[in-house]
Design a protein around this ligand. Structure first.
Ligand code: SF4
Length: 218
């Protein structure tokens, strides 16, 4: 068997009881509060890739991480939007389901916009995904466009629709909003309640300079 090269940049990392997966550095938003603008990773992990990991690299990273013990769930998250690599998300979700490991997707909710040829919520449910956490961040389209700067037009409505469809397909669905200055957290919580989803505010991490040792590495 030919062993593929390991991706520079961490693919699987632990936080709390969960194992997080980093499968892309690309995103279709440019959020005001995105830590990618001023950090190379989280929890001391370098999440910047020189190439994106394939399915085999991702599942091998999970196996290696599980040698240190089980995790409560495995979460597609990382340093970019996972549904830009929907095929990898679906394949790894099926791999996890076969092993009875709980899975969750952290997403900006653009999955359907990015993959118009697929019924994405239905495909995620069919693959065995257990839960989805959708970053809505704003209660109005105007605020969403101002803060998240999406490449797609009318994406605020599309994100809400994506979350609604995930819930309709039986996925545990939670809307989140970063608690940035001026954020309308009650407004996002109301949208979540109206669709029967959960809501969670996420801490705002203000920009800070990179440590000198991390500068200019790439
Ligand atoms: S959706 Fe997430 S990864 Fe993308 S720009 Fe916003 S905070 Fe960053």
């Amino acid at each position: 068997m030919i062993t593929p090269p390991a991706a520079a940049g961490t693919v699987a990392y632990r936080a709390g009881d969960s194992l997080y997966l980093n499968i892309t550095n690309r995103c279709c938003c440019d959020c005001d509060f995105c830590i990618r603008a001023w950090a190379d990773g989280v929890f001391g992990e370098d999440l910047r890739f020189d190439h994106e990991p394939d399915v085999e690299e991702v599942t091998r990273a999970i196996e290696v991480a599980f040698m240190d013990g089980p995790a409560k769930e495995v979460v597609f998250c990382g340093f970019g939007e996972p549904t830009l690599r929907l095929d990898v998300v679906l394949s790894v979700t099926e791999w996890l389901r076969l092993r009875r490991i709980r899975s969750r997707l952290d997403t900006n909710g653009h999955g359907q916009l990015l993959n118009p040829e697929v019924d994405v919520p239905a495909a995620l449910a069919a693959a065995g995904l257990d839960a989805v956490t959708v970053s809505l961040n704003a209660a109005t389209p105007e605020e969403y466009d101002r803060v998240c700067r999406p490449v797609f037009s009318k994406s605020h409505r599309a994100v809400i629709r994506f979350a609604e469809q995930c819930g309709a397909h039986g996925l545990e669905t939670t809307l989140t909003a970063v608690d940035y200055p001026g954020a309308d957290l009650p407004g996002v919580a109301d949208i979540a309640a109206a669709m029967g989803a959960g809501f969670r505010a996420r801490a705002y991490a203000p920009p800070r300079p990179r440590p000198a040792a991390e500068k200019g590495d790439r």
